[in-house]
Design a protein around this ligand. Structure first.
Ligand SMILES: Nc1nc2c(c(=O)[nH]1)N[C@H]1C(S)=C(S)[C@@H](COP(=O)(O)OP(=O)(O)OC[C@H]3O[C@@H](n4cnc5c(=O)[nH]c(N)nc54)[C@H](O)[C@@H]3O)O[C@H]1N2
Ligand SMILES: Nc1nc2c(c(=O)[nH]1)N[C@H]1C(S)=C(S)[C@@H](COP(=O)(O)OP(=O)(O)OC[C@H]3O[C@@H](n4cnc5c(=O)[nH]c(N)nc54)[C@H](O)[C@@H]3O)O[C@H]1N2
Ligand SMILES: [Mo]
Length: 823
């Protein structure tokens, strides 16, 4: 079996295929040094937890430890393939510095304690605040990285039991716009498309989505189509020269923050050339006339000026989209983390609606998720809704949920949408939220404007509980730290972006006294003595499978119907999509075939919002607009970003990811192969800008915005002129400072970002800020340590910068399984 250095070759060996053919199987495997496949005691079924792709994999266990992973050949998502984070990231669980005992703050310091003491403190403080102020004193800030069963339990205890409306996920930073865009266009969350659309599409458009680095296995599928007969055309909209841009037929490197203008330009061309399906629009859509009027104002020459892209290239992209027979689109953070996030993402849905391209093979939209279980976070009702995609402003939906939970409808707060994370932070700042329970997220690195976040989270009057697997920057600020068990150490399910549900089984015991998040939530509910309206325990399950069975009832009859699923069915399967019910016993591959949507006034998850002000549309207005449940076209005018560059801060600053790290690096920095590939932060700048400023590769630069300063070494990359890029992965836990920057050193990208968000989705703006840059120190003749295999590839001659390699301890096995056998 060939061994491949998958740090040097992140996408591995090509297995080309043609349109409509099945994607060949290639099984990737990586085992710890010295362990051979025949030494493995057990293989335990799971799926990847380091992105939203949901790659099916088996966990290798030897002597009670995780020693490796292997892709599942029969999984519908990955057909056996794994990406670099899948292959190496699991090692974090074995790290020697896992949290193994609860910690409490005593005399200003965090000290070890037992579970009873820690939980007593939390329960006591919860009760005190309920007595003093009521449920509005309590906030829960959770994640897109737990399991469905854990979320559902938290939903019940927080919404139905404690009765607080302050429940949100870090998914607010991540995929709130995916949900918002789907709700605006189709009345409900739920991705129309399927990964198999890649197999059929003749045009694939990626909007603000560096799929090559962030969903490496899905990108591998596209690379294999590109290497096969009749490859699709690829369109990339991204200000950086990402690997997607390099592979693209047309790359539109638009100026950051101009996505709405760009989309309006494309729609202008579709309408002007009649590349639309009038019949589909007539039968299945409302709002088309408004779109026609709006996009008339965006002829290509105007759009080219706003976006600073060549007019001809824009026309070419529109022609490809307009003449595609099967168009597949994906959207992600370049669109979502922006001031007009929802407005821009909705225009991508509009392209599919005017072209009538939904619900057929190859004709999908994926308003992408980022985190592995973000879809579930939205299903259980963080992100502004109630569980089961129920509409908080529809009394019948609230009543149904109350019936399922056996509580009074008035006990489920629904006077307003559930509070969004940025607003929760504001309430903490003002002192009205006084208890904040943070699970599976590291806001002291991932929220915008970190100096403000640190000052808010370290207030004395706030009781901060952090439930994590490591002592993170956020945990260092906590009053109580609870050690969680993680992936591989607990059982549960999760759902990826194309609605595929996977079961992940417990493979090993958690370290020390660490406990699954589910057990912690169950313990909290029990100690609080939460009851239903008949006085019986509110939470009626005791384990993951019990929670799953309860969730199935909650999902019944909703778009995300899980009633046809069970642990038994998922065990051994290659992933099953929802809806899975009597009508779709094998799972529904695509939504909205035949132009049927979940948008009727009585069914829809949301009545929508004004895209400019964010004001919720009233039930009456919605009924008038869309009485019979069609798709909704919402047009939008382009508005300038809120903080455009000017004299003092002449550059656009954008932030994002690199292939080798996950978020705040708590896991990937503890996987040596990944950490070595991208050991420290860097700042990207174009060749022309670097020359003009007199900077050279490897110089230490100080990047400043109105909020702060960050230092990083320069990588001269293929980024467009006028834009700087910082990866946001690098916080402080492995630095001398611990939880904040030392003066004049390093610094996390979010020291620089601003407190501001999209009006409709409330997703913070991480992709634009005005910045200036100066040289702090001349380079030592060495290049920056940014990866060379990715968007940070240097523009200098090959050889000037050593290529990113993993070496022998990064060699993974690949077996390509063809009709003729294994190679
Ligand atoms: N390796 C890796 N993979 C991951 C993750 C990770 O941390 N590391 N995280 C996962 C998660 S939670 C998420 S949300 C996803 C995110 O996945 P992506 O959205 O693909 O990642 P980002 O790097 O945040 O942003 C994508 C691109 O947006 C571009 N961009 C910036 N500003 C603009 C703009 O104004 N317009 C346009 N059109 N593009 C712009 C950036 O140049 C960048 O290449 O990745 C998931 N997968
Ligand atoms: N500037 C900038 N900022 C960004 C972004 C950007 O593009 N630019 N992207 C945003 C996006 S899309 C996202 S998703 C966020 C991500 O930001 P975070 O959510 O802060 O990122 P993570 O580092 O994944 O944090 C997850 C935490 O959960 C812990 N953990 C892991 N597994 C478990 C478990 O099983 N149980 C518990 N209890 N804890 C666990 C990890 O150790 C880690 O501390 O960052 C956002 N911030
Ligand atoms: Mo994310």
């Amino acid at each position: 079996m060939p061994r491949v250095d998958r740090i040097a070759e992140p996408w591995g060996t090509r297995t080309p295929y043609g349109p409509g053919e099945p994607w060949p199987v290639r099984v990737d495997e990586f085992l710890e040094d010295g362990v051979r496949a025949e030494d493995v005691d057990r293989w335990v079924q799971s799926a990847s937890i380091l992105h939203s792709n949901g790659d099916g994999l088996d966990i290798a266990v030897k002597d009670g430890r995780i020693v490796g992973v292997r892709g599942r050949a029969g999984d519908r998502v990955n057909h056996g393939r794994l990406g670099p984070k899948d292959l190496y990231g699991w090692q974090a669980g074995n790290a020697s510095d896992r949290l193994v005992r609860p910690l409490v703050r005593d005399g200003g310091r965090l000290v070890e304690t037992d579970w009873d003491t820690a939980m007593d403190r939390i329960v006591r403080r919860t009760r005190e605040l309920l007595d003093e102020q009521g449920p509005s004193a309590l906030g829960f800030y959770t994640t897109g990285q737990l399991f469905l069963e854990e979320y559902y339990t938290l939903a019940l205890l927080a919404h139905g039991g404690l009765g607080t409306n302050h429940v949100d996920g870090n998914t607010r930073l991540c995929t709130a716009t995916a949900a918002a865009a789907l709700k605006e266009s189709f009345g409900s969350d739920g991705q129309p498309g399927s990964y198999t659309d890649v197999d059929h599409a003749d045009v694939i458009a990626l909007y603000g989505h560096n799929m090559a680095e962030t969903q490496t296995v899905l990108w591998t599928r596209i690379l294999d189509r590109l290497a096969g007969p009749n490859p699709p055309a690829v369109i990339c909209v991204d200000p950086r020269r990402t690997p997607v841009a390099e592979a693209a037929t047309v790359h539109l490197a638009n100026r950051p923050g101009t996505n709405v203008a760009l989309m309006n330009g494309i729609l202008h061309e579709l309408l002007a050339h009649g590349w639309i399906d009038e019949r589909y629009i007539e039968d299945h859509v409302v709002g088309f006339d408004e779109l026609r009027e709006r996009v008339e104002q965006y002829p290509p020459e105007r759009v080219a000026r706003i976006c600073d892209v060549p007019e001809e290239r824009l026309r070419e992209a529109a022609r490809l989209i307009g003449t595609a027979r099967r168009l597949f689109s994906t959207v992600l953070q370049g669109f979502y983390q922006a001031h007009q996030a929802t407005a821009a993402s909705v225009q991508v849905n509009n392209v599919h609606l005017v072209r009538g391209m939904l619900g057929e093979p190859g004709c999908g939209v994926l308003q992408m998720n980022g985190q592995p279980t973000a879809q579930n976070t939205r299903e259980w009702g963080a992100d502004g809704d109630l569980p089961g995609f129920r509409n908080w402003s529809n009394d019948a939906h609230v009543a149904e949920l109350a019936r399922i939970w056996n509580v009074d409808p008035l006990d489920i707060p629904h006077y307003a949408p559930p509070t969004h994370a940025m607003q929760m932070l504001r309430y903490v700042e003002e002192g009205s939220i006084r208890f904040l329970h943070v699970t599976g997220t590291n806001p002291a690195v991932s929220l915008p404007e970190l100096a403000r976040v640190r000052s808010i989270l370290s207030q004395d009057r706030l009781f901060l509980v952090v439930q994590d697997i490591f002592l993170t920057e956020t945990a260092l600020l906590a009053d109580v730290v609870l050690p969680a068990a993680t992936w591989g150490e607990k059982t549960g399910t999760f759902t990826n972006v194309d609605r595929t549900v996977h079961l992940s089984e417990r493979a090993v015991d958690p370290p020390g006294e660490a406990r699954p998040d589910l057990d912690i939530f169950l313990d909290y509910a029990r100690r609080l003595g939460l009851t239903d309206k008949d006085g019986a325990p509110l939470v009626k399950w005791h384990d993951a499978e019990g929670a799953f069975e309860a969730w199935k009832e909650c999902s019944r009859g909703r778009p995300c119907d899980y009633t046809g699923l069970s642990y038994a069915r998922l065990r051994g399967s290659g992933g099953i999509q929802w809806p899975c019910d009597d009508e779709h016993p094998g799972g529904g591959e695509r939504l909205y075939a035949g132009g049927l949507f979940w948008s009727a006034p009585d069914q829809c998850e949301s009545y929508g919002r004004d895209l400019v002000t964010g004001a919720p549309v009233s039930p009456t207005e919605y009924r008038a607009l869309n009485p019979s449940g069609k798709a909704i076209i919402k047009a939008a005018a382009y508005v300038e970003p809120h903080e455009p560059p000017g004299e003092a801060y002449p550059f656009w600053l954008t932030t994002g990811r690199t292939l080798y790290h996950f978020h705040t690096r708590t896991k990937t920095a503890r996987a040596p192969q990944l950490q070595r590939a991208a050991p420290e932060s860097w700042v990207e700048m174009s060749e022309a800008d670097a020359r003009r400023c007199g900077f050279a590769e490897g110089d230490l630069l100080a990047v400043e915005t109105a909020r702060g300063e960050v230092r990083a070494r320069l990588r001269v990359s293929g980024i467009r002129d006028g834009v700087l890029f910082l990866p946001f992965h690098y916080g402080y836990w492995d630095q001398p400072g611990g939880c904040e920057p030392e003066k004049g050193q390093g610094g996390a990208a979010n020291e620089l970002t601003l407190t501001d968000w999209d009006p409709a989705s409330k997703q913070p703006i991480f992709k634009t800020a005005a910045a200036r840059v100066s040289r702090a120190e001349r380079g030592r003749g060495e290049p920056s340590k940014a990866p060379t295999t990715t968007a940070s590839r240097p523009v200098t001659a090959p050889g000037d910068v050593p290529a990113t390699r993993g070496g022998t301890d990064a060699e993974a096995e690949e077996s390509v399984i063809t009709a003729g056998g294994t190679s």
